[in-house]
Unconditional design. Sequence first.
Length: 758
Amino acid sequence: MKTNSVTLIVALLVAASLHPVMASQAGDTTIVIVGNTAGVTPFISHVTLNASDTSVLKSIQFTIVPKAGSVTRPISGSYSRGYLIGRGFLQPGSGDISLPVYGLYSGVNNTVTLTYFFNDGSSEQATTSITTASFTHPCGLDNPTVLQPRTNDTTLSYDYMLVTGSCTGNFAPVIVDTDGALRWVSPTGFSHLPSAFFDNAIYQTSRLGLYRVELDGAFTQVRNYGDIGALFLDHNIDYGKFGLILDVDTQHQYESVFIEVDGAGNVLKRWDMADIISNAMIAGGDDPSQFVFPAPTDWFHRNAAAYNRADDSVLFSSRENFVICLDYQTNAIKWILGDTTKKWHQFPSLAKYALTVPTAGLAPIGQHSVSITHDQGLLLMDNGSNSTLHQPPGLNRLYASPRKYRLDLNAMTATEVWNHDRGQTVQSPFCSSVYEDAPQNYVIDYAIIGLQGLNAFAQLLGLDATGKTIFHYQYPTRLCDTAYNTKPLHLERTSFPTVGPQALNLSTRGVVGPGVNALIGGFIVSGSDLKTVVLRALGPTLAQTGLLGTLTDPVMTLYNASGIAIETNDNWETGPHASQIAADGLAPPDPAESAIRATLAPAAYTAVVTGKDATPGVGLVEVYDLSPSSNSKLANISTRGRVGSGDQVLISGFILGDVRTSTVVLRVLGPTLASLGIDDPLTDPILTVYDSNGTILAGNDNWQDDPNAVDIDQNGLAPADGAESAVILSLPAGAYTTLAFGANGATGVGLVEVFSLQ
């Protein structure tokens, strides 16, 4: 029963509409494909269009048809009319449009589908062919040795990878698909390591400069950091709290300074590890001059960073020593994880922060690519190399392995819960990376295997959630030049302008009855801009899935924070915004169902769903965010309803979009509702979270039993009653479902909540 329910809610969430409405703007507008012009690399082209009327255009989407035999999702980009005008690609007066298409296959005739979307909800498609020149990558990234070809299933969550390197022939970084095909190369001509995908562009460094490289090939210098004392930008570009974390060398400190910058290059925060660690050592009674050294001594050797929104901390990887975690606001040391036989552990001022690794696991040595996983675990590549400067140097392992740890900061332990050591046969002593995309979907980069010379090679492999190897490719390398660091990348749903990580939709199915048993959806609009939403209440549509006892005629009322009704709707076609709802593609399938479209100021709102004439039944309430690009978000979305058993449990789905990850807290409350005057609250709720494939990601009965309970509490979201449930997760864009039910089959009124941490 639960599996069927999860499948139902996910299907309802991802379906935009069962009855698309064709309007006249598509039919009345003529758009002619004039031709195409080669871009700055063979992977980019500009399709020239001419439209009879560009004022009615909402957006244009391109989709590149994958090559024969490929199972990857196609590269697709969608440009809003405003974005095209702002970039100079659309000339409103003339009707001329130059549409950038990126991610083409080189040396072949590409088939590209164009979809034109109009303001009235209508659309039209056209197809064109683009023949591209051949391309040979100087480091062989276009021609891998295939150790295992991409499997023909679709279990892997990602299809593209950003491969960072310092290839001597330039063209770095690159984008490779999981078929092993090269799909994009940087046109900058730089051969420096650091790069990242941010705000739908590649950010790349060259010595002191930070550059923004558009996917269409245009690039500009964002900032030169010589004015803040920087001598060089090295290693990684990682995601921070607000922007990007850069690794900086200065005149006074080598390999131990980090800065966080925004998309415009402005410095937001600086971490000088020499000062931070020296201050901690002095406070603990130790002499920092025995451990911390000025330039040019490489005492720290930083190589990666990661921000953890769950507890507002930032992690830094010191290859020489450890992984160190700091409070983002105060820079206070929270914990240290590393080999305790190294020199750092001889100082009591540092040793007191050490996490203990239970005997079944191994502490990381010479690690790279620290990150936080979906379930708040610590993921990194353990290269196995000991210190090159400090004495004692610590242990040395002759193999590399990605490792994941579950952290318990109350017990100060780091339990190793996953690794992929390949029989301890792969020696990759430096560089390298591992990252998680969707839960348990990994991309692993062994940057250098073998001798550090002409006979060395790099390997890329992908694992799905079952642990199955989906692809495995090998490339020649010298040092870490070819593939220093590789991150999973999503190019199948790119939107311009960028839609940031946020909650876009909540949909909850439950029993609708009178009074307190009504289905109540609440949400908070945060930020400064107005937010346009569509709310829907479905009933008859659920019967089409075979569900019994569905609501035959739902009625919905939207209230503001003062309890004043803004709008009530019985049958959606009679509402004042019916035509706009249809144009949005969100028309309910049945005319008896309800829908409201509203533009709302930042505040709290509530949608109450009942049955007409108090007729009960199973119903679905939904809220859709139609203005995700505005300076406002759905910060908290929740649903209160009666929790039954079987098909009458409370099932909530939510959609997160669009790029990177969102950190969310999910709660199910029951006993707390009694203090609000709710009769018959659910006495002991249980929460389970599923992904779009129906795989369980997390859940608990009592929230304090969750391994990340301390983070839930720190964010001020701890349930008031110990019997209530809560989890904190860092999730990529996608559709998710929560199941709320009572322990031992208990029933009652429950509240399901989704909080997006800002």
